[in-house]
Design a protein around this ligand. Structure first.
Ligand code: IMP
Ligand code: MG
Length: 191
């Protein structure tokens, strides 16, 4: 992709567009319709992992024509290498999920360690069902094998920003999902 193909006003960190706003919208609409058909009259609790999952949630929940509630959880990775994938909950759910149909909404799954740990925590609370909806599935470095019920896109092994995904807290608000420019990738030492 040449710079000319970039959306007007794209920040200098962005090297290309992997998924356009229109492609995301179309895919999320399909996922929402499938979720509505699968859960029907059963109320689903959309549990979103802050902060990256927020944008996907906002569009997904409006694409679900059926009863739904929202709740949020925020986590931060433990630094200790001995606890790979373990996370500390910095903001817990507000409501009890026991006996409820829970759908965890995530922006991206890479190794799967974060979500694997989180699922263990949620499962222990006795939900009636527990499923995963993820916008981006980057499975090249997958360690924890997770059953993904609703997947937006498979994607190549590259770092992405936008539509909730950040680079050091920045660029979440891009309406598309973009890759990084070669200069930024070189600076960060990523492929
Ligand atoms: P995992 O535990 O390796 O699956 O890590 C998943 C988490 O890392 C996601 O919830 C994101 O917060 C973050 N992450 C992984 N890849 C990217 C990326 O390409 N851009 C921004 N954040 C990412
Ligand atoms: Mg995340």
């Amino acid at each position: 992709m040449t710079p000319a193909d970039l959306p007007p006003g794209a920040p200098p960190e962005v090297g290309g567009v992997l998924f356009t706003e229109a492609a995301i919208r179309a895919r999320v609409a399909k996922l929402g319709a499938r979720i509505a058909a699968d859960y029907r009259e059963r109320e689903v609790v959309l549990v979103t992992v802050l902060r990256g999952g927020l944008f996907f949630l906002a569009d997904l929940c409006r694409a679900i024509d059926g009863p739904a509630r929202l709740d949020f959880i925020a986590i931060t990775p433990y630094q200790a290498a001995t606890h790979a994938g373990a996370v500390r909950i910095t903001k817990d759910l507000d409501e009890d999920i026991e006996g409820r149909h829970v759908l965890v909404v995530e922006d991206i799954i890479d190794t799967g360690m974060t979500l694997n740990y989180l699922l263990g925590v949620l499962r222990a609370r006795g939900p009636a069902s527990l499923e995963i909806a993820v916008l981006l599935d980057r499975d090249q470095r997958r360690i924890a094998d997770l059953p993904i019920a609703y997947r937006g896109f498979h994607m190549p092994d590259t770092f992405v920003v936008g539509y909730g995904l950040d680079l050091g807290g920045h660029l979440r608000n891009l309406p598309y999902i973009g890759t990084l420019s070669p200069a930024v990738m070189e600076r960060l030492g990523v492929a």
